[in-house]
Write a protein that binds this ligand. Structure first.
Ligand code: UDP
Ligand code: MG
Length: 307
């Protein structure tokens, strides 16, 4: 691992048309800043000439590092592998498709120097199709509501991190989208700056509609991981007790009807509702207890426990 001022971590899947241009733009910005740097490209199983282009860059500039995935392992894994290799005091991530503008780099650095640990880009004026920007708006809104984070554009690929933040992350699956939430829960200072965003000129987007379903499930994971990981019995238990309590009250009411009117109320719809609520309640409570047992066995199994 090289000690440098700035590391750039750039995942690239089939981006042969843009990696060289992106490299040039980044270098022209950093040389003005007089900072030492490394640019780590992660070739995430490209089937075009991305890798050859990257090797070409590396032959000219030893600050270019390449991590090559043997298959398409996804953006999260790409970022994580880049982070593991990054030696910079400040670590940037940006997309390889030129949608993020390297001219914004100084703004990020300034914000970090003001005392923030993670600075996240906000594509306020976004140049993506509605099919992408609309679900993203809803997702961001729901995440803000559920986690209390104040970021508008969680999934912006353009971010800058102070070194400690990156080293405390443990990304898998699609969790990279929620890095600001994970960081904030570990008491890092998170800030957001508006960045300019460009239309994709080369290549195609690597994500389709199924991203939205995955995104929703990931949001549930995040809400659970950050909010209740350390006390699942509280989360499940609360809802379990509420459900059981409601079912029990209904049961009492049915019993009362039976005693006072004397007729058997087994057809009464409330009877079934009461039974259902009690069964769900018991299940939720036991699920919570089982989760507690798993955590008791793996007390430090997740990076979120380190904070
Ligand atoms: N990417 C990747 N692996 C993947 C999908 C995407 O490394 O499996 C990279 C891609 O090359 C780009 C960045 O992640 O640099 C963002 O992807 P894309 O531009 O397709 O996403 P969008 O801008 O449509 O959200
Ligand atoms: Mg893109």
């Amino acid at each position: 691992m090289n000690k440098v001022d700035l590391s750039f971590v750039i995942p690239a899947k089939d981006e042969e048309a843009s990696v060289e241009k992106l490299y040039k733009e980044i270098v022209s910005v950093i040389t003005k800043l007089k900072k030492t740097y490394e640019i780590i490209f992660i070739d995430d199983g490209s089937t075009d000439n991305t890798y050859e282009r990257l090797v070409g860059l590396q032959n000219k500039d030893k600050s270019v590092k390449i991590i090559k995935h043997r298959g398409n392992w996804g953006k999260s894994t790409a970022l994580q592998n880049g982070f593991d290799k990054a030696g910079g005091e400040i670590i940037f991530t940006l997309d390889a498709d030129l949608q993020d503008d390297p001219n914004e780099i100084p703004k990020f650095i300034k914000k970090i120097e003001e005392g923030h640990d993670l600075v996240s880009g906000w594509k306020k004026k976004r140049h993506d199709p509605l099919s992408k920007s609309f679900p993203s708006k809803i997702g961001n809104f729901a995440t803000r509501l559920l986690t209390g984070i104040k970021i508008h554009d969680l999934n912006c690929g353009f971010k800058a991190y102070r070194r400690e933040v990156v080293k405390s992350l443990n990304l898998y699956g699609e969790l990279y989208k929620y890095i600001p939430v994970l960081a904030e829960k570990q008491n890092f200072k998170v800030a957001e700056i508006v960045v300019s965003h460009h239309k994709r000129k080369y290549g195609v987007s690597k994500f389709g509609w199924e991203r939205n379903i995955k995104g929703f499930l990931d949001m549930l994971t995040i809400v659970f991981l950050t909010g209740y990981l350390k006390r699942p019995a509280h989360f499940f238990g609360t809802w379990g007790l509420i459900s059981f309590g409601a079912g029990f009250m209904i049961g009492l009411y049915i019993t009362y009807l039976r005693v006072t009117t004397g007729s058997i109320q087994y057809r009464h719809p409330l009877l079934f509702l009461g039974m259902l609520l009690m069964i769900i309640g018991v299940q939720l409570v036991t699920t919570g207890l089982i989760a507690e047992m798993i955590i008791a066995l793996h007390p430090r199994g997740n990076s979120n426990n380190q904070s």
